[in-house]
Structures are given as structure tokens and as C-alpha cells.
Write a protein that binds this ligand. Structure first.
Ligand SMILES: C[S@@+](CC[C@H](N)C(=O)[O-])C[C@H]1O[C@@H](n2cnc3c(N)ncnc32)[C@H](O)[C@@H]1O
Length: 233
């Protein structure tokens, strides 16, 4: 539960960040900054609550700060935004040389805006041009084979978040070991502590109040039994 005081502080911070988000949009020829109630974006009434009710853009500086902690060879990895909204994280990820960039969004109108933004985005730093916004529920999605970066900014309720983490764990246990999780919350990632703390297969590579970068714990080498000396005749 987020307290009224925290919400008041957060609202003030949102007002402070809003001009910066709008400046990003003007600079890159896109529209991502405006908040939208999910009920007006094509989400069925019974699915709104599990998507936290509203679309709210992620602050650019926060995405940048979290991305800077990735210790990977970008060219081998697919970037996937779980709950991609209007596509801001996808667009910012495209300034890195990812193999491909995928955005999953269940609100039809937000998905359409993200698709348009992917077409109109202009950045002298853009290095990946394979941007694929997908309309659908994250619960129905299976990522492509190979290394993946899974990005999220507080997009779901606890049940959905847990199900998504379970799907990554199953993938990992099935042998796909190269995975990074970037989990962001513009207030505090502690709001999802119950799910994050259960991920005993993951370790934090970097963390602060608003983001954590997770990677699978190294697999401990199998200890083989010492061979017994050959028996004398
Ligand atoms: C915080 S907003 C998106 C921020 C976005 N990642 C960005 O870069 O600015 C979270 C998004 O998750 C979407 N979402 C919530 N639940 C979802 C689900 N089950 N499947 C797909 N998208 C979902 C919402 O519609 C909303 O657009």
C-alpha cells in the first residue's frame, strides 16, 4: 500500500519531471509524455486493475541510469519491455546496438501510439532499427530464444508480476541462461519487495531506490567424486 503522503510527494515529482518528458518528445518527434487512464486506451474493465490503472511514461534519466548498468554484449541480446505503453523505453533502448527490441502492450490505443512513435523516432544515436511493438498480454507471451534483457517499470499487480518472473525462471531452468532483468519503479522498488525477494535464482548486479538490475546467480560447478586408486592385482 502506498501512503497518501508518498502519493503527494510523487505527484509533485511527476509535475517536476513532466516538462523534461515533453522535451524528450519534441527532440525525438514522438508523443510519450501524456498520462492516460487504461480504461480509455482499450483495456477491458476487468483487466484495468492488474495493469495498475494508468499509463505513465518512465523518466528518461532513470531508464538511462539503469541501462548503463548492463554488463552485456548488446548485439547478442533482445530487449523486451514488459508493459511498453507508448514505447519510450523501446526508443531509448534503440540507442544501443541490441539485436532486436520488442515492446509488449495490452492496451490497443497505446500499442498503436508506440508503433507510430517507432516510425517517427529520430535520434542521431540510434543503433538498433529492429523495433517490434506487439499487442498482447504479457501472460501470453514467450520471448524469442537466445539472450534477453527484460525491462519493466512497475507495470502490473503482484499476481501478474509473480507470473512473469516464474516464466523467466522456467526459461532459465530449461537452459536459456543469458537473461538480465531491469526492474524500475519511479517511487521505490521496495513496493515489489515480496516478489523480488523470492527470486533466489537471481542476484542484483546494481540497485538503488528506483531500480535493480538482476542476473542469474552463477551455477556452482558440479563436484565430481575423487576416483579411487586402481586396485593392485
Ligand atoms: C508504466 S506504463 C509503461 C511505461 C513504459 N515502459 C515506458 O517506457 O514509458 C506500464 C504499461 O504496462 C501495460 N500493461 C499492464 N499490464 C499489462 C499486461 N498484462 N500485458 C501487457 N501490458 C500491460 C500498461 O497498459 C501500461 O501501458
Amino acid at each position: 500500500m502506498v501512503s497518501k503522503f508518498t502519493w503527494r510527494l510523487f505527484r509533485a515529482r511527476l509535475a517536476f519531471e513532466d516538462p523534461r518528458s515533453r522535451a524528450f518528445d519534441r527532440r525525438h518527434h514522438v508523443e510519450t509524455a501524456r498520462e492516460e487512464p487504461l480504461g480509455e486506451m482499450g483495456v477491458a474493465a476487468d483487466a484495468i486493475k492488474r495493469g495498475n490503472n494508468e499509463y505513465r511514461v518512465t523518466w528518461g534519466w532513470l531508464i538511462k541510469k539503469a541501462m548503463a548498468q548492463l554488463d552485456i554484449d548488446f548485439r547478442r541480446y533482445s530487449f523486451i519491455d514488459y508493459g511498453s505503453g507508448k514505447g519510450k523505453a523501446m526508443l531509448m533502448a534503440s540507442d544501443y546496438p541490441f539485436k532486436t527490441i520488442i515492446g509488449l502492450e495490452y492496451a490497443k490505443r497505446l500499442h498503436d501510439i508506440a508503433a507510430e512513435n517507432c516510425r517517427t523516432y529520430r535520434s542521431a544515436d540510434q543503433q538498433c532499427h529492429s523495433l517490434k511493438p506487439i499487442l498482447g498480454d504479457v501472460l501470453d507471451y514467450a520471448p524469442p530464444p537466445g539472450p534477453i534483457v527484460c525491462f519493466m517499470c512497475n507495470p502490473f499487480d503482484e499476481t501478474t508480476l509473480r507470473a512473469v518472473f516464474n516464466s523467466w525462471r522456467a526459461r532459465y531452468e530449461g537452459g536459456e541462461r543469458e537473461i538480465r532483468v531491469l526492474y524500475l519503479n519511479m517511487r521505490n522498488i521496495a513496493e515489489s519487495a515480496r516478489v523480488l525477494e523470492d527470486q533466489d535464482w537471481l542476484a542484483a548486479l546494481a540497485r538503488n531506490r528506483r531500480f535493480v538490475v538482476l542476473a542469474p546467480k552463477p551455477v556452482s560447478p558440479t563436484i565430481l567424486p575423487t576416483p579411487s586408486p586402481p586396485s593392485r592385482p
